[in-house]
Design a protein around this ligand. Structure first.
Ligand SMILES: C[S@@+](CC[C@H](N)C(=O)[O-])C[C@H]1O[C@@H](n2cnc3c(N)ncnc32)[C@H](O)[C@@H]1O
Length: 251
């Protein structure tokens, strides 16, 4: 049976997996293979590493689209006065708000068979919840009154959308002139999430080529970066992926 996206991101499995992915320490995520720990901390790195390469003139508003349980949003809160964070999963949004309010959450993640590990996860000191506002919403059908942003982050979202081109078409109106768009994705196109005819991988240059065509003439590609990330399935099994981060400036 195919598990559709809405079901997966509302499940206990996804919630625990993403809480650990976002807030776990490298030792909690990957206890047995220290060599793989450079791929931990993706929700932080997908903000910190691109920002090193951007000339951010204005730091008023940022949008985290597909924010999941919120770690990147809190990271953006270090740099921007206001962060709007949107995800389709009501459970992810509830968990992100919980972390913002209580700064801690306890999760049980699979160890082997029926056994699990319990971890107490924390929002690190220095990250402020104040600037961040989480809301449930659909990246393919965003509300009209979101306003404009100095930076929009779409981390590992496009290949989980039913209509990614529709989401991209909204971006010129969301990013202020001179502002920045960060798109990261491992380009894992799957029928369960995106009908095959809507995959951006078709055509010259693969997904990046389609992004260039769909985002021009409003955005110019500044540079790309490779960002590895590790998601724990259980104590001895992980997903290792390499997202491509593309950094675009709004003209
Ligand atoms: C692969 S996860 C990436 C999450 C997060 N940005 C990260 O890097 O960990 C994809 C996220 O997109 C969300 N999502 C899927 N479809 C969506 C939609 N139509 N609108 C907004 N978010 C959506 C899921 O709920 C999930 O949180």
């Amino acid at each position: 049976m195919t598990v559709m996206h809405a079901d997966f991101y509302e499940s206990d499995t996804a919630l625990a997996q993403y809480l650990l992915f976002h807030y776990g320490t490298p030792n909690q995520i990957c206890p047995l293979l220290p060599e793989a720990r450079t791929a931990c901390g993706f929700p932080t790195r997908c903000v910190v590493e691109p920002l090193r390469h951007l000339d951010l003139k204005l730091r008023r508003r940022a949008l985290d689209l597909g924010c999941a349980v919120g770690r990147s949003s809190f990271e953006l809160g270090r740099h921007f006065d206001e962060v709007v964070s949107i995800d389709f999963s009501a459970r992810f949004i509830a968990a992100a708000r919980h972390i913002g309010a209580h700064r801690t959450v306890t999760v049980r993640v699979p160890r082997e068979g029926d056994a699990s590990d319990e971890f107490r996860l924390e929002l690190p000191d220095g990250l402020r919840a104040g600037p961040v506002r989480f809301e449930q919403g659909d990246a393919c059908n965003l509300r009209d009154d979101l306003g404009a942003f100095d930076l929009v982050l779409m981390a590992n979202l496009i290949d989980r959308l039913p209509d990614p081109a529709r989401c991209l078409a909204r971006l010129p109106g969301l990013v202020s002139p001179g502002g920045w768009l960060i798109v990261t994705s491992p380009y894992t196109w799957l029928d369960e999430y995106t009908p095959r005819e809507k995959w951006l991988s078709h055509g010259e240059g693969g997904t990046l080529g389609t992004l260039k065509r769909n985002l021009s003439p409003h955005f110019i590609l500044h540079r790309t970066l490779d960002l590895p990330f590790l998601i724990r399935e259980h104590h001895r099994k992980y997903q290792l992926s390499v997202a491509e981060a593309s950094l675009w400036q709004r003209l």
